[in-house]
Design a protein around this ligand. Structure first.
Ligand code: N1C
Length: 275
């Protein structure tokens, strides 16, 4: 009885401190998770470290300078009023030497083309150059009256035409096409009704910027799947030919996606023999 009187509150106190201990540990875990979550989120949302990291993979003399020139295009501006020309200084700062006969364009085939160029270094897309690589897959914008770069709350691709991301790809694609030389390749999508779609960047910017004194041939690789929707006789290619500068020859070949994938992984196959 006496023991019970002493043992009761003692046990209760121990139970109490045990519960308090568990609660404290739980609280610590929650705090840690929140802090970690915020740090990680900040990292993936922060454009600058991604830009600089990617830039440093290339032989660029001054990535910090490239970042500053890039920012000037959109910082402190209405995010629906950033022109292509705003990126001119950035394009100049990251100028690259074209790899004649190896340049690869694409439209609506982003995954298949990059899977291929990653495995076989026969071709070079814009994203394989410093200019395209530093911003591939990213979103950014500025705001009037602010010196910051934002990665959320930016206008979407279709919200307004002159948004910072869209204007960037337009300008970078024009630069890529302007310096294109030799025989160039374009991977287009044979599983859609209009492989050469006039609203795409390839159709509206790149084709018109190819120079006949530098480019000999445009070889279209029309990537097909089991269910072929378009072939090389597709009407949209008439539109393509009419947009090409005189003197640039046009070729088209239908190639199954599986053939491209298999060839990409086959070390024995030479660059020119995939299609
Ligand atoms: O509009 P698209 O294709 O025809 O643009 C592709 C064309 C390629 O030849 C590239 O040289 O334009 C260039 N280009 C990019 O390099 C690029 N990287 C990432 C255009 N757009 C690029 N992106 C993003 O893909 C961009 O944000 C935009 O939304 C898409 C365009 O892809 P699409 O319609 O398949």
């Amino acid at each position: 009885m006496e023991q019970g009187e002493f043992g009761g509150p003692g046990k209760r106190r121990r139970r109490c401190s045990f519960i308090l201990g568990v609660l404290a540990v739980l609280l610590l875990i929650v705090i840690l998770a929140v802090v970690l979550g915020l740090t990680l989120r900040e990292d993936s949302n922060d454009l600058k470290p991604t830009f600089l990291n990617r830039c440093q993979q290339f032989q660029v003399k001054n990535c910090q300078h490239a970042w500053e020139v890039f920012q000037q295009a959109y910082v402190d501006k209405d995010p629906c009023n950033v022109s292509m020309e705003a990126y001119d200084p950035f394009i100049e700062a990251t100028s690259f030497t074209p790899s004649c006969n190896r340049m690869m364009f694409w439209s609506k085939t982003k995954d298949v083309v990059h899977e291929f160029t990653e495995k076989k270094e026969c071709f070079q897309t814009l994203e394989d150059t410093v200019l395209g690589s530093v911003l591939d897959g990213l979103t950014w914008c500025g705001k009037k009256g602010s010196s910051e770069t934002f990665t959320t709350g930016c206008p979407r691709w279709t919200d307004c035409i002159n948004n910072p991301v869209r204007s960037f790809w337009n300008r970078a694609s024009a630069a890529f096409a302007n310096v294109a030389c030799g025989n160039i390749t374009a991977m287009l999508n044979g599983s859609i009704a209009t492989p050469f779609d006039s609203s795409s960047i390839f159709a509206s910017i790149e084709v018109g910027n190819l120079k006949s004194d530098k480019v000999n041939n445009l070889n279209v690789v029309l990537v097909t799947q089991k269910n072929v929707v378009s072939n090389c006789t597709n009407q949209s290619f008439e539109n393509l030919k009419s947009k090409l500068a005189e003197g640039i020859k046009f070729n088209c070949k239908e190639v199954p996606e599986t053939q491209i994938q298999e060839c990409g992984s086959d070390p024995e196959k030479a660059c020119g023999s995939c299609w």
